[in-house]
Design a protein around this ligand. Structure first.
Ligand code: GLU
Length: 319
């Protein structure tokens, strides 16, 4: 953790210096990963190698800087919540989407049921399981998995995204908490679709196979106001990007979003598969992969690397 506001002398315009900082971030992340542990509540995730670590940084002018394990595919897990939200905003609009889910950080674990039953009938935000399941119930009425995967490929600028069947089966077999959430939402009369179909789509979207490059691409699209910088095509209306990035900032790192906001300060979303996608407005997309997680479910290596880069490259949205 950085306790100082001092930054070392650094020429932000020098590409060699930038590369050096990213390499240092990689080394720090790889070292920090020793303090984490792969998720095991979905049995298939426990097979990940906790020593794997990789970082990919893409800039809007087409440059890519990558170190370590950036090719290996792993399941996107909760980072798919960003894609689901983007699809809901694109196809249903802001007003309809937020008639069924709030936009408040919950301060609880990603899979918590507590406040859903005691405080609010609608889920707190689309970045926790209850909120993402609710969003999926809306999408399930007019999109099937092929449609969602096609949208994910465009949103992540990665045509090689596929379904990780083993993770999907593992999730479906052990996802009892998510089953509890979907039926709780149904019992309250707020769920917008069929519970089993909703859950099946939710599990499948969590099981999309991505790598650190895919996540950097997603960050880049968000940094470029929803426009694919290589084809010029808008995947989502620029007006929705502020909403998505705001929710990533306030809720994207589970119940560590506040601390991460202070120490890194870049809209990001993590997943228990070990990925983090981060978006530096008008500049960069960053993807990290490190399946060794901390107690909150965030990649230890990913956080260490992003903190280093944010500090030295001055990426914090608040300066
Ligand atoms: N599929 C996971 C679950 O619903 C996603 C959790 C995560 O990445 O936070 O439990």
């Amino acid at each position: 953790m950085y306790f100082t506001y001092e930054r070392p002398e650094f020429d932000a315009g020098d590409p060699k210096e930038i590369r050096r900082v990213i390499e240092e971030a990689y080394v720090n992340g790889k070292e920090a990963a020793k303090n984490g542990k792969a998720a095991d509540y979905i049995p298939e995730l426990a097979k990940a190698d906790p020593e794997d670590f990789g970082i990919c940084v893409k800039s809007l002018d087409g440059e890519t800087i990558a170190f370590g394990e950036v090719e290996k595919r792993f399941s996107i897990q909760s980072i798919s919540k960003v894609i689901n939200l983007a699809a809901a905003l694109k196809y249903l609009g802001f007003r309809e989407t937020f008639s069924h889910v709030h936009m408040e950080p919950s301060g609880d674990a990603f899979n918590s049921i507590l406040k859903l039953d005691t405080v609010s009938d609608l889920p707190f935000n689309p970045m926790i399981n209850a909120g993402a399941i609710q969003v999926m119930s809306m999408l399930s009425n007019f999109m099937d998995f092929e449609d969602l995967m096609e949208f994910a490929r465009a949103f992540c600028m990665d045509e090689e995204i596929t379904l990780n069947e083993a993770v999907y089966r593992s999730e479906a077999e052990t996802g009892d908490r998510n089953r509890a959430i979907v039926y709780l939402l149904k019992s309250k009369g707020v769920l917008q679709g069929d519970p089993d179909k909703t859950l099946d789509l939710y599990f499948k979207m969590c099981s999309l196979n991505v790598n650190a490059k895919t996540l950097a691409n997603m960050g880049l699209l968000l940094s470029n106001k929803g426009q694919n910088p290589f084809t010029g095509k808008y995947i989502i209306h620029p007006g929705y990007i502020r909403t998505i990035r705001s929710l990533m900032f306030t809720c994207g790192m589970y119940d560590e979003s506040g601390e991460y906001g202070v120490l890194v300060g870049v809209p990001s979303k993590s997943g228990v598969g070990g990925g983090i996608a981060a978006s530096v407005s008008g500049r960069l997309g960053i993807g990290t992969y490190g399946p060794a997680l901390n107690r909150k479910g965030n990649s230890v290596g990913g956080i260490a690397a992003l903190q280093h880069m944010s500090h030295l490259l001055q990426l914090n949205v608040f300066g």
